[in-house]
Design a protein around this ligand. Sequence first.
Ligand code: FAD
Length: 393
Amino acid sequence: MDFAPTPEMDLLRSEVRAFLETNLPWEYGVGLPPRFDELGDEVAFGRGWQAQLAAAGWVGVTWPAAYGGRGLGPVANFVVQEELARARAPELVGRIGINLAGPTLLAHGTDEQKTRWLPRILPAEELWCQLFSEPEAGSDLASVRTTARRSAGGWVLEGTKVWTSYAQFADFGICLARSDPDAARHRGLSFFVVDMHAPGVDVRPLVQLTGEAEFNEVHLDEVHIPGGHLVGEEGQGWTVASSTLSHERGVNPRQLVIHLQHLDELMRTAAVTGAFDDTRLRRRLAQAYVEVRLFQLHNWRSLSRLERGLEPGPEGSLLKLYWSEMSKRLHALALDVLGPAAPLWHGAADNPGDGSWQRAWLYYQASSIFAGTNEIQRNVIGERVLGLPRERS
Ligand SMILES: Cc1cc2nc3c(=O)[nH]c(=O)nc-3n(C[C@H](O)[C@H](O)[C@H](O)COP(=O)(O)OP(=O)(O)OC[C@H]3O[C@@H](n4cnc5c(N)ncnc54)[C@H](O)[C@@H]3O)c2cc1C
């Protein structure tokens, strides 16, 4: 694939950049997003910002125009995501709706479901969460135990979900539940939309390493689900959920730009702290530079697949594995560059970055777990890319 930008993509890039230069709530290229002590305040800010972006058509550019998108292709989306990250815009608060729930509904929802839910996703009028993982079902998602039994006019859900990001702010959740306990594991599952404000939904925040509580435990206690909230056919939940998961591992333009920014900042910090004078650290800094560049090439390879109309495929696992390991190495290096300041936190004196490196180190520990653990990615690569013998089930 030829990666030289086309005139259309150059135009798109200059349009989105012009919008950001005029509308960003901080000075373009200089300022940073506001820092919030409360996650609720950050989410409220994020909703306003996403609404503003959506009104100008810069959210969900690959979605059909009928639901607020522009009907553009993967390269256009890559360009818009790159520009947003370059402007240091925060990650979109409605990303689970935009990246996971929306595309799943587009592929498997009825017209009524699409009309009801899709138009409110892009402007962050309604936020979504993903109710897949359970205490006994993470990597092995087909083991979900949450039950769905038929009742008058619909279904009743009973069970516990865990690690549900942003559930405390969500209006709806996409949920995998067992509707037929007698069927074979994958065949007994159905896919539902849960109203997170319905009676019986109890959300309990879980505090993470960073001290923030982005994810939650969600208890579903006799939650009534109207019949119209079943997505796909009864018993087809595994197929529908697989299509959701396929959207978790595509290209990653945001992380690409962020890691280029991290690297740039780290090089400058290393010059200040004197880390460049340490031969071993200097070598690792050079290695980090090479790794981020390789991540760019991995992204471009995946992007060329998408642009040709192909799915990310098992090679998507290579990208996820690569970026998460790269990121953890880069942040470990950052703490070594900080030297004696490494154990300090936000507000401490003589702490380059004012705690942002330490927070990022803690945050990126999760990158080898979320969206499928790295062991699972290695299994996929071994079996489906390298053709090694399959794991015993
Ligand atoms: C920050 C964050 C946000 C998340 N947000 C959400 C969310 O919004 N919604 C949601 O549904 N889930 C979410 N998750 C959950 C995430 O998808 C799971 O944590 C992940 O799938 C792993 O499942 P588990 O935690 O149950 O670990 P387990 O599956 O119990 O795995 C435990 C360990 O065993 C290893 N292991 C398991 N099976 C194999 C195997 N076959 N071969 C080799 N090793 C294996 C794993 O790699 C891991 O190291 C989130 C997780 C994190 C960290």
